[in-house]
Design a protein around this ligand. Structure first.
Ligand code: NAD
Ligand code: UD1
Length: 350
């Protein structure tokens, strides 16, 4: 028997698709709304092949008031919304700030209004550790002071949290913001994963594409940081662990537990340097990765890792997968895409 119906905005994207699979596994029915701006309709089938269940999929923009309202009217039994739909490229947000404020802020406001109109109470919001900048003290807890945003993208996450918090003060909505650290990896079956459009900006897709021969070499941004091996440190978290925390946080809201607004860090609590990531990749793939040191990337911070004990204590969730799992699964997915692209190209279908 179904445990209820959850709407997932951006459910064909990287984190959304993995979360839909975990919702299915936990016994929920899922409705996906995604405008395909950064995903492909084939992901719906890949989700089905991964979880064994189908989600109802609507190719719709959440800012399209009439179309989105129709979706909600068709599903009057939606119990909660997990909101992934947003733009996420930091560099692009500097060049096109209004595009980011329009989608990430107007999209959120529109969603909250529609929740009120359709009597939906519970909302999970995708925030980011970017709201902390480079903090003075590590690890970063939820009480660590926030820093001014370094990009319009980062600002949309900070403002988004404030909007959600204020909306919960009316009593009609309950909200949880999840501050993700660095989500990487893929489902172990290799059918869903991270498929950036164009040249990847983030480390792990660049690593796997380099190993696959699609890029000449990885540039390691900075080897003169004050860390043990000189490269910057992040808290990489496996996307399946990340997907699972959404199920836990939603269940807590559906059970009526917790405050009307809450925030959780979602990380492993462990930092890995860029060189450690490369070594893990080489270990699990058996391939040697061509890389060269380059200048620091502007805007990068030295070291970031989470204190994730609040989620462990209050949501009974803890990241389980290791950096080797993350690299192995990202590599499986990369190999899967290569094979698939080959087939699709042959059929002249891409
Ligand atoms: P993604 O781009 O893979 O997924 C977002 C999905 O939302 C895409 O499928 C896109 O087509 C869809 N979408 C965008 N705007 C939409 C709109 N107006 N209406 C309907 N659909 C829309 O990104 P992701 O990595 O899965 O990230 C999901 C969320 O998590 C985003 O809000 C992102 O800012 C946040 N986040 C991501 C990371 C990360 O490193 N991936 C880190 C911190 C926070
Ligand atoms: C990026 C975003 C951040 C977001 C986070 C979560 C930027 C500036 N920040 O963080 O807002 O919350 O993702 O996913 O984009 N690196 C290389 N070579 C590369 C790519 C990256 O050495 O080709 C290094 C970076 O310098 C960094 C580490 O790898 O030290 C991780 O980089 P990346 O994957 O881009 O994530 P963040 O910069 O941490």
């Amino acid at each position: 028997m179904s445990r209820g119906k959850i709407l997932v905005t951006g459910g064909l994207g990287f984190i959304g698709s993995h979360t839909v699979v975990e919702l299915h596994k936990a016994g929920y029915d899922v409705v996906i709304v995604d405008n395909l701006d950064n995903s492909r309709p084939q992901v719906a089938e890949a989700i089905h092949l991964t979880s064994g269940q189908r989600a109802a999929f609507y190719p719709c923009d959440i800012r399209d008031r009439a179309a989105f309202s129709n979706v909600l009217a068709e599903h009057p039994d939606i119990k909660g919304i997990i909101h992934f739909a947003a733009y996420k490229a930091v560099g692009e947000s500097v060049d096109k700030p209004l595009k980011y404020y329009d989608n990430n802020i107007n999209g959120l406001v529109e969603l909250l209004k529609q929740m009120n109109e359709h009597g939906i109470r519970n909302m999970l919001f995708s925030s980011s550790c970017t709201v902390y900048g480079q903090p003075e003290k590590l690890p970063i807890s939820e009480n660590t002071p926030l820093q001014p945003a370094e990009s319009p993208y980062g600002n949309t996450k900070k403002i988004g949290e404030d909007i959600l918090r204020d909306a919960t003060f009316t009593g009609s909505i309950r909200g949880v913001a999840l501050r993700y650290f660095n989500p990487v990896g893929a489902h172990e079956k290799g059918l869903i994963g991270e498929l950036p459009i164009g040249v990847p900006q983030n480390l792990v897709p660049f690593v796997t594409q380099t190993a696959a021969g699609l890029r000449d070499q990885l540039r390691v941004f900075g080897n003169d940081y004050p860390t043990e091996d000189g490269t910057a440190i992040r808290d990489y978290i496996h996307v399946v662990d990340l997907a699972k925390v959404h199920v836990k946080a939603m269940e807590r809201m559906l059970d009526g537990e917790g405050p009307s607004y809450d925030i959780f860090n979602v990380g492993t609590g462990r930092g890995h340097s860029v060189l450690e990531v490369i070594q893990a990749f080489e270990r699990v793939s058996g391939k040697s990765l061509p890389y060269a040191f380059a200048d620091r990337r502007s805007g990068d911070v030295v070291e970031v890792y989470a204190d994730a004990t609040k989620a462990e204590r209050e949501l009974q969730w803890k990241a389980e997968k290791t950096i080797d799992d993350m690299m192995r699964d990202a590599w499986t997915f990369q190999q899967h895409i290569l094979n698939k692209t080959h087939i699709l190209n042959r059929n002249n279908n891409v």
